[in-house]
Structure formats: structure tokens, C-alpha cells
Design a protein around this ligand. Structure first.
Ligand code: 5AD
Ligand code: FES
Length: 347
């Protein structure tokens, strides 16, 4: 049996076979087709959409790869008001979005009380919607408070499951152990949890990626977000090469085969390194798109990496564009809260 068939049947492979799959950087039709076929067995041709509201670009952290790191003095900082956040959700709701993702840097201005207030206002106004938070590492008490206020999901990429590699991406005040603690706390509280990592980040080896896959098996998240690393000129990694389209696509397919039920987005970073990156991502097994719902005025300020797409569009343009792109490759955007579908047999 060939290695892709084995992965389809067993949802797993020994390290050396995973390494083989990761270490070739070529287009692999069979792998992508298998990813697509498993995804269709569980999610049909539906693509879930999440409206992304980038509500603050203040951040107290200094991750070496990220454009909104605190030491980037060239970044023009902004915070959205509660009214601005609510009106972004309003636009989204009219466009058929039933999940709002509030993403921001780790901004001390947004105390637990403020976050809880915003979450509960959104949930009161849109009881048919899920609220996802993506605001970094917090204490278990804080996570619990947001959950009690109505937050349903939490996205926190683990970034790298190898201690050594994690240290090369982050300053000393950030440690992998705390990141993992956060993810397990979130699960225990009852959130639907998303983890993930960048593909081709500086110093990442194929062995590191295998460690990422093994960590994901241990965590068993509902969502797995991956996208290529893209350099940002005002960071430590300004001169490093971007991650590759091909490896990102291979990993989307591998993730789909290992985690058949997972919600896997075709990310903005994937659409940034190639004009059709997100469409290829869907064809390899991704089933989520996260169009930008942020007001136009703030988009050019939330730059985690250079050349980010959708900076000159507004919400309705991104909504229409997303629908078009999704249907161009044979799938359909659905108006649905878009929960994970566990327990559907794939064979
Ligand atoms: N290139 C690609 N992705 C990045 N992220 C942050 N900086 C970059 C970059 N330069 C990703 C991180 C983070 C998510 C919100 O965006 O993985 O978790
Ligand atoms: Fe924003 Fe296409 S999704 S312009």
C-alpha cells in the first residue's frame, strides 16, 4: 500500500513516512485529491465563513516574526471601540456570517472586563452566532470569564511544538510550556479550540513539523490553522525567505487525512503568497475561509507580514470575493454557525 493510502486508512503514519511526505516540495495531485475526498465525506462541499475583526494592533509581545510586535515603532497603533466592533459584526451578519472572530495583539487596555462586555454584547445581539476570541495567552481564570460571558471558541496557534524552535521565534519571556498550558486550559473550560503553526518559519525543520503534528494529535483541537511564514520588513526576520505554497498545501492535505473532522482554514497568508493560494488550499482539504470584516481605515495597520491582501477592500468586497473564489473551485459558502463535525465515519 502506498503511503498516502496508508495515511487515509490509519489517520497516522510513522515519523519516517511523515518526514518523507513533508520533505518533498512538489505538487502532489494524489495527496490533494485524498484530502478533498475526506473533507467531502464529512463536510460535503460546504465552506464555513468566519468574519475576522482585527480590533487592536497594540501588543505587549515581541515575537520575532510578527509585524505588530511591540518594538516595531513604525506600526501605527489603533483600537476599535465597542461600537465599531458591533457595527463590523452587524455588516457581517447581514452578509451571512454566523461566526465573528475577534483578533488582536495582547493589548492590556482590553482588560477581562472589557472583553467580557464586548463578548456579551455581541452574543445578546446575535444569539445565533458563535464568538471566537484570538487574543493570546491569558490565565485560566480570564479564559473562564470570557467563556462565561459567552465566548464559544478560541484560536491560539502553538507556533511550534519544539522547545528549541519556539525559542528561536520568540524572546525569552515567551515559553512553549505556557502556550501549551493555555491550549489545554481552554479545552478543559469547554471552548472549541484552534491551534496551528506557520509553514516555513525561520529555522523550522521537517522534524519540527512532525513534532507539530504529534502535538496536534495530543491536543486534538477542533480547528487547525496553518499558513506560510511571510517576512515583514520591520522584524528580526525581515531577510528570511517566505514559506512555500507547495509545502503549505501538502500540510493542509496531511492535516485533513490525520484529522478528518478538523476545521481547516484556507488562510489569508496562503492567499498572499499566491493569488490562488486559498483556492488551492480548499482543493487540498481546507473547509473554512476567514474574510476580513475590519473597517477599511484599520486594515493597513493590522499587518502581521508584508503584502497582506484585502487591505484596500471593504467588508462587502471581501464577502463577495470569498463567495466567488469558493464557488470557482466547486464549493459553496454556507450561512451556518459552522461547528466542528466530530463522529462522522470517513469510511
Ligand atoms: N507570517 C505569517 N504568519 C504570521 N503570523 C504572525 N506573523 C506572521 C508572519 N510574519 C501568524 C501567527 C499568528 C497568527 C495570528 O498569524 O501564526 O498566530
Ligand atoms: Fe478580501 Fe478577496 S477576500 S478581497
Amino acid at each position: 500500500m502506498d503511503i498516502v493510502d496508508y495515511l487515509v486508512n490509519e489517520k497516522n503514519l510513522p515519523d519516517e513516512d511523515l518526514l518523507k511526505l513533508i520533505q518533498t516540495d512538489s505538487f502532489d495531485e494524489k495527496l490533494y485529491l485524498s484530502g478533498d475526498s475526506i473533507r467531502r465525506k464529512i463536510y460535503g462541499n460546504s465552506v464555513y465563513i468566519r468574519g475576522l475583526v482585527e480590533f487592536t494592533n497594540y501588543c505587549k509581545n515581541n515575537c520575532y516574526y510578527c509585524g505588530i510586535r511591540c518594538s516595531n515603532t513604525k506600526a501605527i497603533r489603533y483600537r476599535m471601540t465597542t461600537e465599531e466592533i458591533l457595527s463590523a459584526c452587524d455588516r457581517g451578519h447581514q452578509m451571512g456570517f454566523r461566526t465573528f472572530v475577534l483578533q488582536g495583539g495582547e493589548d492590556p487596555y482590553f482588560t477581562d472586563d472589557r472583553i467580557c462586555q464586548i463578548v456579551s454584547e455581541i452574543k445578546a445581539k446575535y444569539p445565533d452566532c458563535a464568538v471566537t476570541l484570538s487574543i493570546g495567552e491569558k490565565s485560566k481564570e480570564s479564559y473562564k470569564a470570557y467563556f462565561d460571558a459567552g465566548a464559544d471558541r478560541y484560536l491560539l496557534r502553538h507556533e511550534s511544538a519544539s522547545d528549541e524552535h519556539y525559542k528561536k521565534l520568540h524572546p525569552d519571556d515567551m515559553v512553549l510550556a505556557n502556550r501549551k498550558r493555555c491550549l489545554f486550559d481552554l479545552k478543559e473550560i469547554g471552548y472549541q479550540v484552534g491551534a496551528g503553526f506557520m509553514v516555513g518559519s525561520p529555522f523550522q525543520t521537517a522534524e519540527d513539523i512532525v513534532r507539530d503534528l504529534r502535538f496536534l494529535q495530543e491536543l486534538d483541537p477542533d480547528m487547525i490553522g496553518i499558513g506560510p511564514f511571510i517576512s515583514h520588513k520591520e522584524t528580526v526576520f525581515s531577510d528570511y525567505e517566505n514559506g512555500s505554497l507547495e509545502l503549505t498545501l501538502r500540510l493542509i492535505a496531511i492535516l485533513r487525512l490525520m484529522f478528518p473532522h478538523a476545521l481547516i482554514p484556507a488562510t489569508t497568508a496562503l492567499g498572499t503568497i499566491h493569488p490562488l493560494g486559498r483556492e488551492y488550499g480548499l482543493k487540498a482539504g481546507a473547509n473554512v475561509m476567514m474574510p476580513n470584516l475590519s473597517p477599511k481605515e484599520v486594515r493597513e495597520k493590522y499587518l502581521l507580514y508584508d503584502n497582506k491582501i484585502c487591505v484596500n477592500e471593504d467588508s462587502s468586497e471581501c464577502g463577495d470575493c470569498t463567495r466567488r473564489r469558493v464557488s470557482s473551485v466547486g464549493y459553496q459558502v454556507v450561512t451556518d454557525i459552522g461547528n466542528v463535525k466530530r463522529n462522522i465515519e470517513t469510511y
